[in-house]
Design a protein around this ligand. Structure first.
Ligand SMILES: Nc1ncnc2c1ncn2[C@@H]1O[C@H](COP(=O)(O)OP(=O)(O)OP(=O)(O)O)[C@@H](O)[C@H]1O
Ligand SMILES: [Mg+2]
Length: 398
């Protein structure tokens, strides 16, 4: 069928044609938002899951809803690099100023003016942007240089001003596990204070499955601060709907057997659904996607994923790190006990540390629990199995 009409959306953070199977998470956000409307408190939301399950898409949808409810929102993506802390704080200050500009259009209450002054002061200290908000800077508010103190003052002033109008203040943080420890601690502390004092400030975050652990290791009370929502593969019915519905809307359909084959190949993972759906559409000559079309799509789609999605990740690892990825594959989707992985590599567990750390910082593996390690991408073990012979890792050292 015509590629220019292809409805599927493989990619990072690309809104799918049908956002299926996430009603519970969206309801959790809608409840939070409704409670803010009543002046009531709630917890922030943390979405966790493997690569490609649809965390960013869901976070974006929650962000859209918050904007529609007239909240003051800031969207951030954490990054794990040397400049990480500085970059993310500058981004926070800049985005805040930009978001707050909208407020200047309405007639301002005294509290709101003060809040804008605090935002200006926070921004001036960090020196993120020269955009002005047309109010006096609140000297002595949010400008101590101590990120925890400053963030707390900022949240207090902004959230209480918005709370008067029954509006919320939210920070949408993607890849939160990559946030530097200091900023993470400051954000959790701000959420903690907000929860206790019923300020309508919420962190809505997304990250890898280790994020809840990182949060509680940073501040033990983080365990009770958030509504943790693990998201994963879609139930078979939902996955079937996600494949079928976009095609049917354009007058195309799947033979039942074709749909089953594709569902098996996707394993219910949203990213793979989009990828295989797109391939099946492109390979089908007629508006009915037959079993033969599906078989071709599974074969071609798998090759494409192997050459792109999986291979690019594999190549990010050094030779020694690849040995570790390889040794993990014996446990399938995992997790693997780190001691066992070291043993397979004929290494002492302590010698595994640097490889493990490097692979975590490259985003290829994560630690679900202490002493365990797992791939961040679904299907990595199967990829390694498929290419067992051409992924040479014997005796590699860097
Ligand atoms: N509920 C859903 N139904 C169908 N497709 C979806 C759904 N959610 C996301 N997708 C599709 O899955 C792909 C991955 O989505 P997204 O980038 O949000 O995942 P992610 O979890 O943020 O991945 P990463 O960890 O790599 O950032 C996109 O192509 C998106 O269109
Ligand atoms: Mg994402």
């Amino acid at each position: 069928m015509l590629p220019e009409q292809n409805p599927y959306s493989p990619g990072s953070g690309r809104r799918p044609p049908e956002l299926v199977g996430r009603q519970k998470e969206l309801e959790a956000f809608d409840t939070l938002s409704a409670r803010v409307g009543y002046g009531l408190g709630d917890r922030g939301i943390v979405l966790t899951g493997l690569r490609g399950v649809g965390k960013t898409v869901l976070l974006n949808e929650m962000h859209r809803r918050a904007e529609a409810d007239d909240w003051l929102t800031v969207r951030l993506e954490a990054r794990r690099d040397e400049q990480g802390a500085k970059t993310v704080r500058r981004a926070l200050a800049r985005e805040l100023v930009v978001a707050a500009r909208k407020l200047t259009r309405t007639s301002l209450t005294g509290r709101m003016k003060d809040a804008l002054g605090t935002i200006s002061s926070f921004n001036a200290k960090i020196g993120a942007t020269s955009i002005e908000l047309g109010v006096d800077i609140s000297t002595g508010r949010a400008d101590s240089g101590d990120v925890e103190v400053d963030l707390l003052e900022l949240v207090e002033d902004v959230a209480t001003a918005l709370g008067e109008k029954r509006r919320g203040f939210a920070l949408f943080v993607d890849e939160m596990q990559d946030l530097d420890a200091e900023t993470m601690g400051a954000l959790i502390a701000a959420q903690h204070a907000a929860n206790q004092r019923d300020w309508p400030f919420y962190i809505v975050a997304a990250g890898l499955p280790n994020l809840p652990r990182v949060l509680t290791e940073t501040r033990s009370y983080a365990e009770r601060l958030f509504n943790y929502r693990p998201i994963g593969k879609l139930a078979r019915d939902d996955a079937a709907y996600a494949l079928r519905e976009p095609a049917e809307r354009l007058g195309a359909e799947y033979e039942p057997d074709a749909l089953e084959q594709l569902l098996d190949a996707t394993g219910g993972y949203p990213y793979f659904i989009q990828e295989f759906g797109q391939t099946a559409w492109d390979l089908a000559p007629e508006r009915t996607i037959t079993a033969a079309d599906a078989a071709a799509a599974v074969s071609y789609g798998t090759d494409r994923l192997d050459a792109g999605f999986f291979r690019s990740r594999w190549e990010r690892a050094t030779k020694s790190e690849r040995r570790m990825l390889f040794a993990m594959a014996a446990d399938g989707e995992g997790p693997s006990p780190t001691a066992e992985v070291a043993h397979r590599m004929t290494l002492q567990p302590s010698s595994l540390g640097p490889y493990r750390a490097a692979l975590i910082s490259k985003g290829l593996v994560y630690a679900p629990e202490h002493g365990q390690i797992a791939y961040t991408v679904p299907g990595m073990a199967a990829y390694i199995d498929r290419h067992h012979d051409d992924l040479d890792v014997s005796g590699a050292t860097d």
